[in-house]
Write a protein that binds this ligand. Structure first.
Ligand code: SAM
Length: 286
């Protein structure tokens, strides 16, 4: 069964009386080349988890290239469809659940033991950031995350300091992973076509975070504060989020070589780490 063919998609729709739900981000991929690029860049050792299989176009490609695929689909109507389209593969487990509510530590432990797994997905765009945030913040035993996302989102995750795309999500991604854009994908390669262009993003999980910090929670508090009001200076953003007098915060920043009038979006990960460590130390002294 060629699941990349719009004709096959139509015939499955007719067989199961299936209509696309826009609210669930149901835009199905129809490019064999892009599927192969996703699978190759996921560098699967043996196990892979997929988010949102739809009719199973990527799932079947993953099944051909791994020992085991666990695929998580929220839409109950798709479970019967997947049992039909994936009938030839005995290494696929279909889980009917909301990825955002699932205990992924438990699932990985039960399905893959101690092995590191890759994540591969054509993500539902309405929840791209919450999914990626969950995958990273939960510190799961992952190797790579390779996901189709909105092009703008891919640019944001791979952005450099001082560019318009650089934000809190960039820092989160670059702290835990090395992001790169694998390929751009036009809207015309999906059925139905989404309103935006897409890109395949690869997040290669780092062995250790990109920078060393004494208190990770503080690091992400500083990042959030620095980006909380883009037009304000770093000094003002930090002062309104931490209970420090302006003078004291200004001295702290100057002490680590950071000009207080800079904007948050100009800071490198190392500079965020320096600020975080300085605030942690100052808080302890108080
Ligand atoms: N993998 C298929 C493909 O490439 O053609 C479908 C991708 S489609 C962009 C996104 C899929 O994610 C849909 O099947 C949708 O039902 C599913 N989905 C949406 N929200 C979800 C959630 N919270 N948890 C799991 N799956 C979800």
């Amino acid at each position: 069964m060629d699941l990349t063919s719009p004709r096959t998609i139509r015939s499955i729709q007719e067989k199961f009386g299936f209509t696309f739900k826009k609210g669930l981000g149901q835009n199905f991929l129809t490019s064999q080349n892009v599927l192969e690029e996703i699978v190759d860049s996921a560098e699967i050792d043996s196990g892979v988890i997929e988010v949102g299989p739809g009719f199973g176009v990527l799932t079947s490609e993953l099944a051909k290239n791994s020992d085991k695929v666990v695929t998580i689909e929220i839409d109950e109507r798709l479970i019967d469809v997947l049992e039909y389209t994936l009938a030839d593969y005995d290494n696929v487990k279909i889980v009917n659940a909301d990825i955002l509510k699932l205990d992924l530590h438990k699932l990985i432990q039960e399905e893959f033991g101690n092995e590191k797994v890759s994540i591969a997905a054509n993500l539902p765009y309405y929840i791209t950031t919450p999914i990626i945030t969950k995958l990273l913040e939960e510190k799961l035993p992952l190797k790579n995350i390779v996901v189709m996302v909105q092009k703008e989102v891919a640019l944001r995750m791979a952005a450099k300091p001082s560019s318009k795309d650089y934000g809190a999500i960039t820092v989160l991604c670059q702290y835990y992973t090395e992001p790169s854009v694998v390929t751009n994908v036009p809207a015309s390669l999906f059925v139905p076509p989404p309103k935006v262009d897409s890109a395949v993003l690869r997040l290669k999980i780092r062995e250790n975070p990109a920078v060393h910090v004494t208190d990770e929670k503080m690091f992400f508090r500083v990042v959030k504060a620095a980006f909380s009001q883009r037009r304000k200076t770093l000094l003002n953003c930090l002062c309104s989020n931490f209970s420090f007098p302006k003078e004291e915060m200004s001295t702290l920043l100057e002490g680590i070589g950071i000009t207080p009038s800079r904007r948050g979006e100009t800071l490198s990960l190392q500079e965020f780490a320096d600020i975080s460590d300085a605030i942690t130390q100052k808080t302890k002294q108080r």
